[in-house]
Design a protein. Structure first.
Length: 434
């Protein structure tokens, strides 16, 4: 029986293929930039379980969200406990923070790279198992913290050399602001109820603000005339938002105020934002987040301010490829050793292990193939150098070191081989880092 991967899942593979975005080179490159950016901004990595109690996400995400109503993977374990595969990262981070206070600083800055699970129709950049780069800051409510978290995501995209970025920014105020706005929005939408999409009609009863997040074109057209939540902000929420905008201007991050951004999860308040790539079409958001003050209380902790974001790695890689980015290949052997018999194989095996201790990437042919076949494999592995050694080379104590890029050769003494290869490696690293 031949097995196939379930719908909505995918393998991340080590070699080139028709679908470039599944190639590990892209994933490792993006992850390395995530770690680098997080380190620069002073964030520490956190890793939480792939599944948790289903109630955690019921309480954290909110019953009116699409995740809970349609998308969450829920199952019973052998003790009949209801568990769920993690659909988003913030709830798990908050649970960990409340459960393990002794292991966190007073105002932790956290990030994660993790798989998430949602049962939805697979589409470009969205899969039933997808991967997310997320960040959370707990305990700081100043506008500067809002600007910093936005700057972190913006700089991450800049480090990936992504182009045509647009930051959309909004404030949804506090609970009082939203209640007043909700009444105004209901008053506006009621006469137009029949014109709303079926999904928005359902949201009208459960959470009218979610209608602002509709992707339906008719809904979008109707909402152009809707009242703006910015007109309903309290003085404190309005001042906070103005300061965030001013800070972004000072650090030269361009933004567009978009009063229709509310975000799809129920726990947001005040600042919310999305970063779009304008050449992606309908599915243009590549990162989004916002403030969620008091969210820790949902999980039994003391109320704490908080802010965070999430960014789907699949969509990031699709964007990189569409913009012509080619990731560096860091896993190729620097030199590929090709022994022709057992005696030369013994020599190469010892040399290989010595070079690896010197941190030189090296591999060798273990099959004693024809030279042409072995050189072809060296090309496929994109080795910088190759070295063919047989009994004649062992007897003469010399061999030919071949540069696979320039196709030039140099005759080297086997006694000096280790030093020569090490010198070539140092020159290569200097050129690569310069």
């Amino acid at each position: 029986m031949k097995f196939q991967i379930p719908k909505g899942l995918f393998d991340i593979l080590p070699y080139g293929m028709n679908e470039k975005w599944k190639c590990i080179d892209y994933w490792q490159y993006v992850e390395s930039v995530i770690h680098e950016t997080a380190h620069i901004f002073g964030f520490k990595e956190i890793r939480t379980p792939i599944f948790e109690k289903a109630e955690l996400f019921d309480r954290g995400v909110g019953a009116t969200s699409d995740i809970i109503s349609k998308e969450m993977y829920i199952f019973k374990d052998k003790a009949d406990r209801s568990l769920a595969l993690r659909p988003e990262g913030t709830s798990s981070v908050m649970r960990s923070y409340v459960e393990n206070p002794q292991n966190f600083s007073k105002t932790p800055k956290l990030y994660y790279i993790a798989p998430m699970f949602r049962y939805e129709r697979p589409q470009a950049g969205r899969y039933r198992q997808h991967h997310q780069f997320g960040a959370e800051v707990i305990g700081i409510e100043t506008p500067e913290q809002d600007a910093e978290i936005i700057a972190m995501l913006w700089q991450f995209f800049e480090r990936l050399n992504l182009k045509n970025l647009e930051l959309n920014l909004n404030s949804i105020g506090d609970a009082g602001c939203r209640e007043k706005y909700k009444s105004a929005l209901i008053q506006f939408l009621s006469p137009n109820f029949a014109k709303l999409s079926k999904e928005s009609q359902i949201r009208f009863e459960k959470n009218p603000l979610r209608i602002l997040d509709s992707k339906d074109q008719n809904d979008k057209e109707l909402l152009k005339k809707a009242p703006s939540i910015l007109d309903f902000l309290s003085s404190s929420s309005s001042d906070h938002f103005k300061q965030v905008c001013s800070l972004l201007e000072q650090i030269k991050i361009p933004y567009v105020v978009n009063s229709n951004i509310v975000r799809g999860l129920d726990y947001y308040n005040r600042t919310v934002f999305e970063i779009l790539c304008t050449d992606l079409g309908a599915q243009s958001a590549i990162g989004a987040g916002g403030r969620y003050d008091g969210f820790t209380e949902v999980f039994g902790g003391k109320p704490q301010p908080g802010i965070g974001f999430g960014s789907g790695i699949e969509r990031i890689i699709h964007t990189m490829i569409s913009q012509g980015f080619q990731p560096p290949e860091n896993t190729s052997p620097f030199i590929y050793l090709i022994p022709l018999d057992q005696k030369s194989s013994d020599f190469c095996f010892l040399l290989m292990n010595t070079l690896r201790k010197l941190k030189v990437p090296v591999d060798m042919d273990l099959e004693f193939k024809k030279i042409a076949s072995s050189l072809q494999k060296a090309n496929q592995l994109k080795a910088k150098f190759s070295l063919v050694i047989g009994s004649n080379e062992i007897e003469s104590n010399t061999a030919k070191l071949k540069n696979m890029l320039s196709r030039t050769e140099e005759t080297v003494s086997l006694n000096q081989l280790e030093k020569i290869i090490k010198d070539h490696w140092k020159k290569n690293e200097i050129q690569r880092l310069s």
